[in-house]
Design a protein around this ligand. Structure first.
Ligand code: ARG
Length: 569
């Protein structure tokens, strides 16, 4: 329910000697319910009308109060220091909001606003030569949340894990495999064996530069399509990719496409030809570049002097391919802020090439992360690998669940869900540009502002509803006595859910949604402490309906932010 709109529509009907329509945008939500629900700061108006804000607020307030409609949403208004505060009829708001939630259920918060549009999201996109580590969490989770939110608003989404499966690292791995590896070991230990070989290569190459030469040689062979080199590199790449896919699955992250950089390595020529046809390409010390210095973006390397392709060139080829395949309306790239220049450069090149999608490319960047703090960190070591983080998280939640008395198989299931929730929450709890320290120990705490706290709130709602065992007929409930303490505040928060999803979409800021879910959870727990829901077997239906609405909204919200909903914990 759009409370502000309801209020404004009603104000327009009253005879107020002021053209409300003209000043709609000046109205805001009151930040503190002591000051009502909707508020008009009268200072801008005062300048325009050349009177004092105090007088405007006072005149409006008394006009409104003497003009109130029967059965309207406005209860009363007050003038305080140049602010016009408007109070609504709480019972009416609560009834309407709850009704909407119960009618829409799982689809409360979704809309078909962007039906027919397509967005391509490029996230996670890890370089396969290395283990996935906590540095990959933000791109993976932010990407997933944005995908869910876009879908929720009607977009068709295509998620792409544009894996880094190309470059000299794979030449190095082949050299290492040929020199020190054996098939049996790789077959039984998989990625671990490959990683050991890669580490060994780097150690040995420090002593013996010729190894790097050899790696470049093999990389060239891969590029030129040499059968043996291709076979070996595909074998290694598939193993590494499999592991990344396994980890993503663990986190509940799935992709529509895994088409990586390697796919584009031999599809550069059309890009280079087009750039040169349009007169954008320059020679510089044997390499081919696009000079973007007049836009303050430096020089973008397109092809190295030895003919090998470059990151930007592959992105130019990939975006064209994606456009040809999906005719996207928007393409999002979610990476670390360190890649800002890279994206700015090739986005600019698309503009200069007058690509139809040039204005629909967005780099969603986020800040740095640091290693986890807390007990788990010492076990994870300097690299903080994602697989270790996940298992440490599961182990720790299992400990907690056992202490709390969860039994048997349930305990395994639940610990995993708690760990996944905590990890997802860590990745998006702050504004994305803020640097994050992964404090995974603290994130598993049940008392703080954590994901288990929210999951527990949800489970509490489920158990109350089960215990009450009553069907709720909202039309039969009378909310006359509703007040801030006994539910109105929660209902107001629940009502913010659809708009918040939209805000996440507009600002690409998933933290807005987790914060709302956190606010709902803590407000609910206050409500739970202060109010009886089931008293001596007698169920208070007003309170129960609020519990049910909280359950629905948390469930819908959790789904969007990758926090598993657990009915019993
Ligand atoms: N693989 C790259 C990295 O790990 C990220 C790729 C991001 N996506 C893109 N289309 N450039 O740094």
């Amino acid at each position: 329910m759009d409370i502000k709109r309801e209020v404004l529509d009603e104000l327009c009907k009253l005879d107020l000697k002021l053209d409300i329509k003209k000043y709609r945008d000046l109205f805001v939500f009151s930040s503190d319910s002591k000051n009502g629900d909707v508020c008009l700061p009268c200072f801008t108006l005062a300048k325009e009308l050349k009177t004092s804000p105090l007088k405007i607020a006072q005149d409006l307030a008394s006009n409104i109060n003497s003009n109130l409609l029967d059965n309207g949403v406005i209860l009363k208004s007050e003038a305080v220091n140049g602010y016009l505060n408007i109070f609504v009829v709480k019972s009416l708001i609560v009834k309407n909001v709850l009704k909407e939630i119960f009618e829409k259920k799982q689809s409360f918060g979704s809309s078909g606003e962007f039906e027919g549009k397509t967005v391509v999201l490029d996230y996670s996109s890890v370089n396969l030569a290395k283990y996935m580590h906590i540095g990959h969490l933000k791109t993976t989770i932010i990407g997933l949340v944005l995908k869910n939110v876009y879908q929720n608003l009607g977009y068709k989404t295509i998620s792409i894990n544009y894996v880094g499966d190309y470059g000299t690292p794979f030449g190095k791995m082949i050299v290492a495999y040929n020199k020190w590896g054996n098939k049996q070991d790789v077959e039984s230990r998989g990625v671990d064996a490959i990683q050991d070989l890669y580490v060994k290569f780097n150690q040995e190459a420090e002593k013996d530069e010729s190894l790097n030469e050899e790696a470049r040689f093999w990389f060239k062979k891969i590029e030129s399509g040499d059968k043996k080199a291709k076979e070996l590199s595909s074998y290694i790449i598939e193993l590494c990719r499999g592991e990344v896919e396994r980890l993503c699955n663990e986190l509940g992250v799935k992709f529509d496409s895994w088409r990586g950089e390697g796919y584009y390595s031999n599809k550069m020529q059309p890009v280079i030809d087009e750039l040169s046809r349009k007169g954008l390409l320059k020679e510089s010390q044997g390499a081919k570049v696009v000079d973007l210095s007049e836009y303050g973006l430096g020089v973008c390397l397109i092809q190295k002097s030895d003919g090998t392709s470059l990151y930007a060139t592959r992105d130019l080829a990939a975006v064209q391919d994606r456009y040809d395949n999906y005719k996207f309306d928007k393409a999002l790239y979610i990476t670390d802020i360190a890649q800002k220049l890279h994206f700015a450069q090739w986005f600019k090149i698309c503009e200069l090439l007058e690509k139809p999608y040039a204005n629909n490319l967005f780099h969603i960047s986020y800040g740095r992360y640091s290693l986890p703090t807390g007990k788990i960190s010492s076990r994870l070591g300097k690299q903080a690998l994602l697989k270790d983080l996940i298992s440490a998280g599961i182990e720790k939640s299992k400990e907690i669940m056992l202490q709390r008395g969860t039994k048997g198989n349930d305990c395994d299931e639940i610990s995993k869900k708690v760990a996944i929730g905590a990890i997802s929450f860590e990745a998006i709890k702050n504004e994305k540009i803020k640097d994050t320290i992964f404090d995974i120990d603290a994130s598993l705490n049940f008392d703080g502002e954590t994901s288990p706290y929210m999951q527990y709130t949800y489970a509490r709602c489920c158990s109350i509803l089960e215990k009450a065992g009553k069907k709720i007929d909202i039309d039969k409930i009378n909310f006359e006595n509703i007040d801030n303490m006994n539910g109105y505040e929660i209902v107001k928060l629940l009502n913010k859910f659809p708009q918040t999803i939209f805000d996440v979409y507009e600002k690409s800021e998933p933290c807005l949604l987790v914060r709302l879910l956190m606010d709902i959870s803590s407000e609910f727990n206050k409500f739970y402490t202060n109010n009886r829901i089931i008293d001596n077997q007698k169920v208070n239906m007003q309170n129960l309906s609020i519990v049910n609405a909280v359950k629905i909204v948390l469930e819908n919200g959790f789904q969007l932010v990758n926090i598993p909903a657990i009915k019993k914990m």
